[in-house]
Design a protein around this ligand. Sequence first.
Ligand SMILES: [Zn+2]
Ligand SMILES: [Zn+2]
Length: 222
Amino acid sequence: MRLKFLGTGGADWSSATEDGFLRRCSSAIIDGVLLVDPNPQCLEALDTFGCDRGRIKYIINTHAHEDHFSSDAVSELEKTGAEFISFKIGETKTVGDYTVTALKGNHAVAYTTHFLISDGKNELYYGLDGAWLMPDVFHMLVDRRVHTIVLDATYGFDFYAGIFEHNNLGMIVEMASVLKKTASQIFISHLSKKHHSDHKTTAEALEEHGVQVAYDGLEINI
Ligand SMILES: [Zn+2]
Ligand SMILES: [Zn+2]
């Protein structure tokens, strides 16, 4: 399957940086048909990155925070045939050609729904938003040798109280040191504007740890 990152920012990206780099609110689309997180910026992102809105068949949502969910965006995509599919934690559903399982994420007031998405060949774990993985999820990722892992990296190397619901880069490095033994690729997304330096600096700092930094419009094979 192919995943395109439509947005890779935390909620504090209201504008581009001085040199024109922009991260939108985090969302992603799989094979052009399965949208993860219909946020307020996803329609513009779909148009900007050449995705045909009319091809979207399914919408799933990690959680109701406003940088991940917009009822207006859902209504707009439903007009062209998309279907919103809700999940309870622990539930597995067949969604078109995919098997999707909802897992518990460690985030904020209500636990988020992280998704394990399989196309029958490879598996993707989409883990936004959230801090340290829940123990059962961690073991599942290792035991199943999940191919591609996307983690929340809202904060940089600094300590910040928000790490109790979002990862910082130190936590990413710790988790990646184990996860990279079984995963083929690890990406971070949901980067805060305030807490990170520029994309290139972050990407270079994480390269030696086996972690890649997603950016808006990046398309990957899984
Ligand atoms: Zn959130
Ligand atoms: Zn968020």
